[in-house]
Design a protein around this ligand. Structure first.
Ligand code: TYC
Length: 101
């Protein structure tokens, strides 16, 4: 292409260099035992028992609960691993991800 002498400046250089965050969401169901949900939260998300219990009860009563936020790759990996662990035990427990506003 012909050189017009015009330089383009990347917009990203003007932004704070932080990756967009994604929420991991715990979805309620009628079949997965409460203590198994708490166990998965502790194992995959490294939250203490009391916090795992709070997250599980919020999902149980409201339908879903944000577990934590991560970069997209980490959020998808953790949601997938936690869901796979539940599947391997025969439970329908589901973790999803969505971008944070
Ligand atoms: N609702 C389930 C039950 O009563 C427990 C449960 C809580 C399952 C939260 C999923 O995300 C969930 N056994």
């Amino acid at each position: 292409m012909a050189d017009t002498g015009t330089k383009t400046r990347s917009k990203t250089a003007l932004k704070t260099a932080r990756p967009p965050l994604h929420k991991v969401i715990l979805v309620n169901d009628d079949f997965t035992p409460r203590d198994f949900v708490v166990r998965v939260l502790k194992a995959e998300f490294r939250v203490p028992e009391s916090q795992a219990m709070g997250i599980m009860l919020t999902a149980h009563t409201k339908g879903s609960c944000v577990v934590a936020v991560f970069t997209r790759e980490i959020a998808e990996e953790k949601a997938g691993r936690a869901t796979d662990l539940a599947r391997s035990m025969g439970f329908p427990l589901l973790f999803t991800t969505e971008p944070e506003e």
